[in-house]
Write a protein that binds this ligand. Structure first.
Ligand code: FAD
Length: 467
């Protein structure tokens, strides 16, 4: 056993995966989690909330031996199924075959699996224990149980995986300012549900769209792009879909402020997402009961308080969800941190500083790309110029795979650092724009000349190692 016990705050996705890895490496790990044990209490009142798991997250799960178990509980998504206003839809595949797909996983099922794995590795979980304050000089923490009864404990090395509203971050910031900046997005979201096809009247199921008991094509991430707002739907293993409406929070219609109740929202859906509303028989109930979620990007100048406390996952770098990378990025964090701690167990200040050095530029890059992807998803996927660029990119990727790879692919299907993906993506995009300015019709572009321009301007892509 290590001499340095670890006190982890937060047993969510990142906290549980980190706890497992640290316990596997011989650290004594105590995890304090605000909520009750989801394995007993159920997750979020039983609502199905799902997330897209991509290569980075899978890679971390592979390295901890959990990938196969997770994939057994996941639904494959081969691409974006883009639905237009006239009810037409088409699949924009992510890759040329099923080696490049993403996976829809239930947050509750994933958290449960990670908690089981961390406990099996030796981590100890303490549920209904919310961190309230920290005395860093005496290395003591205060925790409140579900009834608000507080107790004080001496803490080990403090690591905060307590999410975007991190209590550990607030305590660290009060001790030594962390240079915190939160940029709220002026759009919020609401989760709704499409039940399995068996729960829907046959008349509302569009001929040929669903399959295997799903109301829509199951192996896709569905998007209804509408310019300044959109709906998406991800499949669940129980054959339902979780639908998320992203919409401006305030201001003129359409915004959440102009949809005060389910009746107003139903009228809005009838006008804007006509094919979708009949698939949601519990729309009114879901709309009334499910909260409007807020979204923001968190930037910190410092992720750690010398060698005493460190933030990881959303607690350090919460991002907007439009690249489906928040959890994936947090999972990548856990592998880096567990390795650094295992390699140099004594100099924690140096380990924490190194963790920030390695991860912060990448967290900043994915934060930016996630914001850019919102525009792409809600607007560009239906835009002719975007589609022309995508088509030209696909031709170049086939012709010069050593010199062109779509940024989405770098982010989603490789382990290339996010920072690299951002910078390479900018350079590639500038060349694509230049080519399309010269010859707007992709069909008439000479691909050999275009490829030559890429090869002579850009360095080759790094060799990729998968698995
Ligand atoms: P959290 O999951 O927030 O977990 C924090 C844990 O800490 C919780 O269990 C909480 O109860 C606990 N906690 C909080 N306060 C305290 C306290 N005071 N004391 C003790 N415990 C505490 N990411 C993807 O990769 N793919 C996606 O498709 C995707 N979709 C998303 C869709 C939406 C709408 C949103 C909002 C996010 C999405 N994300 C996605 C991002 C992803 O949810 C987060 O990045 C991920 O949950 C971060 O994990 P975490 O463990 O750091 O934080």
């Amino acid at each position: 056993m290590s001499q340095h016990p670890i006190t982890l705050i937060g047993g969510g996705l990142v906290g549980a995966l980190l706890a497992q890895q640290l316990a596997q490496r011989g650290f004594a790990v105590d995890v304090f989690e605000k909520r009750p044990d989801p394995r007993q209490a159920g997750f979020l009142g039983g609502r199905s909330i799902n997330l897209a798991l991509a290569e980075r997250g899978l890679h971390a799960l592979r390295s901890t031996g959990l990938a196969d178990d997770v994939l057994q509980r996941a639904v494959m998504m081969r691409g974006r199924m883009v639905h237009d206003r006239d009810g037409q839809h088409g699949l924009q595949r992510y890759g040329i075959d099923d080696s490049e797909v993403i996976w829809s996983v239930s947050r509750g099922a994933l958290n449960t699996l990670l908690l089981d794995a961390a406990e099996a590795a030796g981590a100890k979980f303490h549920f209904d224990q919310a961190l309230t304050t920290v005395d860093f000089d005496r290395q003591r923490i205060r925790l409140a149980d579900a009834n608000g009864v507080e107790r004080e404990l001496s803490a080990g090395l403090l690591i905060g995986a307590d999410g975007a509203g991190s209590a550990l971050r607030a305590a660290m910031n009060a001790h030594t300012p962390l240079g915190e900046r939160v940029e709220p997005l002026d759009h919020g979201y609401k989760e709704l549900e499409i039940p399995p096809a068996s729960e829907l009247p046959a008349a509302v199921l569009q001929a040929g769209e669903g399959r295997d008991g799903f109301a829509l094509e199951p192996n896709a991430l569905h998007i209804w792009p509408h310019g300044s707002y959109m709906c998406i739907a991800l499949p669940n293993t129980e054959r339902s879909f979780t639908v998320t409406l992203f919409l401006p929070s305030q201001g003129a219609a359409p915004s959440f402020a102009t949809l005060p109740d389910a009746a107003a929202a139903a009228t809005f859906f009838t006008e804007q997402f006509p094919g979708l509303l009949p698939l949601m028989p519990r729309f009114a109930e879901d709309f009334e009961h499910n909260p409007i979620g807020t979204l923001s990007t968190l930037y910190l100048q410092r992720w750690h308080l010398d060698g005493r406390a460190l933030l990881i996952g959303d607690a350090a770098h919460a991002i907007v969800p439009f690249h489906g990378q928040g959890m994936n990025c947090g999972f990548e964090d856990t592998v880096v941190l567990a390795n650094l701690l295992a390699e140099a167990r004594d100099d924690h200040a140096e380990v924490f500083a190194e963790f920030q050095r390695q991860r912060q530029p990448n967290a900043d890059a994915i934060a930016r790309m996630a914001l850019e992807n919102y525009i792409e998803m809600r607007d560009s996927v239906a835009d002719p110029h975007y589609l022309a660029k995508r088509e030209l990119g696909a031709l170049l990727a086939a012709r010069i795979p050593t010199h062109y790879m779509a940024r989405y692919r770098m982010v989603t299907f490789t382990h290339l650092p996010y920072r690299y993906a951002l910078e390479r993506g900018q350079a590639q995009d500038a060349l694509l724009e230049q080519l399309l300015r010269e010859t707007p019709d992709v069909a008439t572009i000479d691909i050999d000349t275009a490829a030559q321009r890429f090869v002579s301007t850009l360095a080759p892509l790094p060799e990729l190692r998968h698995g």
